[in-house]
Design a protein around this ligand. Structure first.
Ligand code: GRF
Length: 198
């Protein structure tokens, strides 16, 4: 199956997906990487010989035009699935219309707790003893789509946002790659808010 990955950051999740996609017998290949800014993830794609595109909001007259341009970039790669791996933009209606139901996100907290761009820091600040990672389908909201898989990560007394996030990412990398492989081979059923991988 053809997968497009969208990223905005260091690309550690992207790197893990590339590694998994290149294991003999892998069921998916990453056909393009998109970013909304210059970021390390684009460099990782280039080094891996994967086509990449950068689609910045600032390069477009408005958010709608950006939404359409991002859709067009992704559509050119003819993806079966889109994975947002540390992509720090909310996808617009045009993109969601084109790929909705086939967009997967990874979030470094146990949704519905601590959605948004600071989930790790907020879990730490709240004093919870367990947080984790959530892989879910993307809908029009912020980290609100049907949940596909979760894994718990204990918070240590001397954890900082960085040490905790790095530990979450170790679990996240594995879970995201497992879920993508399962989705492309088995598919998913949505019943109301719930998603079940077949
Ligand atoms: C991941 O923890 C992801 O869940 C969150 O941002 C982080 C991306 O890390 N949205 P990286 O850019 O893949 O290293």
């Amino acid at each position: 199956a053809r997968v497009v990955v969208l990223a905005s950051g260091t690309g550690s999740l992207l790197a893990a997906l590339i590694e998994r996609s290149r294991i003999p017998g892998s069921v998916f290949e990453i056909v393009a990487v998109g970013a909304d800014r210059d970021c390390a993830a684009v460099g990782i794609a280039r080094e891996a010989g994967i086509e990449s595109f950068t689609c910045r909001v600032a390069d477009h007259p408005d958010r709608g035009a950006w939404d359409e341009a991002l859709r067009e970039h992704a559509a050119r790669a003819e993806p079966d699935w889109v994975v947002t791996a540390g992509f720090m933009k909310i996808l617009g209606p045009r993109f969601l219309d084109a790929f909705g139901g086939h967009i997967v996100n990874s979030h470094p907290a146990l949704l519905p707790s601590f959605p948004g761009a600071h989930g790790v820091a907020e879990a730490l600040a709240h004093g919870v003893k367990v947080t984790g990672t959530t892989v879910h389908l993307v809908d029009a909201g912020v980290d609100t789509g049907p949940i596909l898989a979760q894994r718990a990560v204990e918070i240590g007394d001397d954890d900082t946002e960085d040490t905790l996030h790095e530990r979450i990412k170790i679990i996240e990398r594995e879970l995201l790659a497992d879920v993508v492989a399962a989705l492309v081979t088995k598919g998913v059923v949505i019943e109301g808010r719930k998603a079940r991988i077949l």
